[in-house]
Design a protein around this ligand. Structure first.
Ligand SMILES: *Cc1c(COP(=O)(O)O)cnc(C)c1O
Length: 364
């Protein structure tokens, strides 16, 4: 079976973790600081603040920008649930804007019509590793005085016009084991704003700057030195991982682009896409339904996944909250997308097996 995701870990990570175990400092310490410095320098921001998940990164980034009860945050409905939930955690309301059909990212041309006097921030998601159209988003944010919080949980190292995502606004990253670089559980917030960075550090650690003096309501969302030690090793490998993802994606596209009814990923000319996922659309013209194709691929040893089968605004919990809106492009994408293995452990032979499997299914 070719898996849809697989952590790539070497002896470096194992030795780094053992070293931390020997040190006896298991919680947040020197390794976390080192990881923060290295990550900030990689993304190109002044500060990076480590937390224990991507969800925590989003939650604290929103809080650090002062977002809460009565505020609205505009985001995409076509993302992992954490994107919407992090907004709900703060007491604010997620407002969903439909996606662009080609990129699957929120459509900046539909953004402005969602802005109200309550809007405080825009939360774009760089889905599958493809950056959003940041020029337009930053212009709209500046015009309406809104914060920009980037969900870059799938886009470590992706670039828009040569600039890394996570450095336009306040960046949020995840190091969950399926992501482009991993720590187990883990997350990071990147920013150029000193005040935001300081707030983040307090929020993740019980609202204290000085031990046992609590200036605000904080949480325990700290990263461990064990996770940071893995992250430091992974960060060194990230460019190679991304290069492999990109070349796997190119090989898949070469093999699939001429199949009638299969729409291969569209890449904006001004971006570096890091292919967290390689996601095709299976349109009606393909003649075989997306779900049947998926079953057949699994039968032939190719694992696939649907990211995401239900947009956030259609989730049962969001329906209960009163979301009734129809966002046709996101809903259509949910019915048509299928992600194929593209991660760095996918070999040339695996790619050939995937393409052969499509051939077998079509000729049946
Ligand atoms: C993974 C992911 C998250 C959440 O990250 P966790 O580390 O799993 O909490 C948020 N948004 C997107 C788009 C993600 O892919």
């Amino acid at each position: 079976m070719i898996p849809i995701a697989k952590p790539v870990l070497g002896n470096e990570e194992i030795e780094a973790v053992v070293e931390v175990l020997h040190s006896g400092r298991l919680a947040q310490g020197r390794k976390v600081e080192e990881f923060e410095e290295a990550f900030a320098s990689y993304i190109g921001t002044r500060y990076a603040v480590a937390v224990n998940s991507g969800t925590a990164a989003l939650h604290l980034a929103l809080l650090a920008h002062g977002i809460g009860e009565g505020d609205e945050v505009i985001t995409t409905p076509f993302s992992f649930i954490a994107t919407g939930n992090a907004i709900l955690f703060t007491g604010a309301k997620p407002v969903f804007v439909d996606i662009d059909e080609k990129t699957f990212n929120l459509d900046p041309d539909r953004l402005e019509e969602k802005i109200t006097p309550r809007t405080k921030a825009i939360l774009p998601v760089h889905l599958y590793g493809q950056p959003c159209v940041m020029d337009k988003i930053m212009d709209i944010a500046a015009k309406h005085n809104l914060a920009v919080i980037e969900d870059a949980c799938q886009a470590h190292g992706a670039k828009y016009k040569g600039q890394k995502v996570g450095s336009f606004g306040t960046g949020c990253f995840s190091f969950y084991p399926t992501k482009n670089m991993i720590t187990g559980e883990g997350g990071m917030v990147t920013t150029n704003n000193k005040e935001i960075a300081e707030k983040l550090k307090m929020l993740r650690n019980h609202g204290q700057k000085v031990r046992y003096f609590h200036e605000m309501l904080g949480y325990n969302l700290r990263m461990t030195d064990l996770a940071a030690a893995i992250g430091l090793c992974q960060l060194k490998k990230l460019e190679d991982f991304n290069a492999k993802r990109r070349s796997n994606a190119q090989d898949l596209t070469e093999g699939l682009q001429d199949l009638k009814g299969i729409i291969t990923p569209y890449i904006l000319s001004e971006v570096k896409h890091v292919f967290h996922q390689y996601t095709i659309r299976v349109s009606e013209k393909f003649g075989i339904s997306r779900d049947t194709l998926r079953e057949e691929l699994i039968r032939l040893g190719i694992n696939t996944e649907i990211y995401y089968p239900l947009p956030i605004h259609c989730q049962p919990f969001y329906r209960q909250l009163g979301y009734k809106e129809h966002l046709p492009r996101a809903e259509k994408a949910s019915r048509e997308v299928l992600s194929l293995p593209v991660h760095p452990a996918v070999s040339g032979t695996d790619i050939q097996d995937i393409l052969d499997a499509f051939g077998k299914i079509i000729s049946k």
